[in-house]
Design a binder for this molecule. Structure first.
Ligand SMILES: [Zn+2]
Length: 324
């Protein structure tokens, strides 16, 4: 199994301007109140290992998060149905604000530093594996048009399947009868009602030997483990599922995939912890505070983040799965 270490320079402020982020969260709070009916929510066991034993509950914007005692996946146990999630993303004012403001102002940083490297990652795999074929790539549950935009001009055909982009054509339904050489699930498993159903749908629509590319936030990465409910990444409904390292591996194997790559190429764990401590003076992590605020040594920070990447301890995960 491969793992990769990425060292592109990236700052939180490049991709999440602070003031816009506050506005986004305020809008999100209002949307959650007005667009979801908690009486319609459904109970879920752990989305990774299906056990129901839980620990360490916390609440975020009205959603109750819990931690699976078995595999440490953090998830929302009472959650909206997929049809209500799809509707939420299409009508949410917060989502519209995100795309028109945060996405637009950080578009070039995101395209250069996140989206294009993602596309190159996918292309490298499939162009090596499937030579001389007319390749079809799909993104399931796309949340923005980034990958779609980046793919313009490439020789592969690119399809959006079950996209939840406001004011944008949905693309193909999940039950499409097209088959693909690659399916991209960019943070998609984090925000769907039933990740197993989505993985099974991907498997059914892949050619034999086809690949699934998954990105998401891990509950067992440094900044999520340290910050928990204070993590800016843990926002509902985008993170109904925040898989542990062990949980996601178990889930994808259970669905029948071979894991070809599993890496945590995150760059911002320390930065996210430093950032959270600036905004909430009550947060205190003596060891990390010492590293971040007393040593202030760029080499140390960089070595620390590399250590996290090498040992799959950063919160940003990516996996390549192959259909057997
Ligand atoms: Zn579990």
């Amino acid at each position: 199994m491969e793992f990769s270490v990425i060292s592109t320079e990236l700052n939180t402020s490049d991709i999440k301007p602070e003031k816009s982020l506050r506005t986004y969260i305020d809008l999100l709070k209002q949307d959650i109140k007005s667009l979801f009916s908690p009486s319609q929510f459904v109970e879920s066991s752990c989305p990774a290992c299906e056990t129901r034993n839980t620990q360490n509950k916390f609440e975020k914007l009205g959603f109750a998060f819990t931690t699976c005692s078995n595999c440490l996946t953090v998830y929302v146990a009472k959650r909206p149905k997929q049809v209500d999630l799809d509707q939420f993303y299409k009508t949410s004012a917060a989502r519209k604000y995100w795309i028109e403001n945060i996405w637009k102002t950080s578009e070039s940083a995101r395209l250069n530093k996140i989206i294009t490297p993602l596309m190159d990652w996918v292309r490298n795999f499939i162009l090596t594996e499937f030579q001389n074929e007319k390749l079809k790539v799909a993104e399931f549950y796309a949340h923005n048009t980034g990958l779609h935009q980046a793919w313009q001009g490439q020789k592969e055909e690119f399809f959006l399947v079950a996209a939840t982009i406001p004011e944008f054509a949905n693309g193909l339904p999940l039950e499409t009868n097209k088959t693909f050489h690659a399916v991209c699930l960019m943070e998609a498993l984090d925000r769907v009602e039933n990740p197993k159903v989505v993985l099974e749908a991907a498997s059914q629509r892949l050619v034999k030997g086809g690949y699934v590319f998954v990105t998401g936030i891990l509950s067992t990465g440094l900044d999520t483990l340290v910050l928990r409910q204070h993590s800016e990444a843990i926002l509902p409904p985008d993170r109904l599922n925040c898989f542990s390292h062990e949980g996601i591996e178990k889930l994808v194997k259970h669905v029948g995939f071979e894991v070809v790559e599993f890496s945590t190429p995150g760059l911002l764990d320390l930065e996210n912890i430093r950032h959270a401590a600036i905004h909430d003076k009550d947060l205190s992590y003596p060891f990390l505070n010492y590293i971040l605020n007393v040593r202030k040594d760029e080499n140390l920070n960089s070595n620390f983040q590399t250590f996290l990447q090498q040992n799959r301890l950063s919160s940003r995960a990516r996996l390549v799965l192959r259909k057997k």
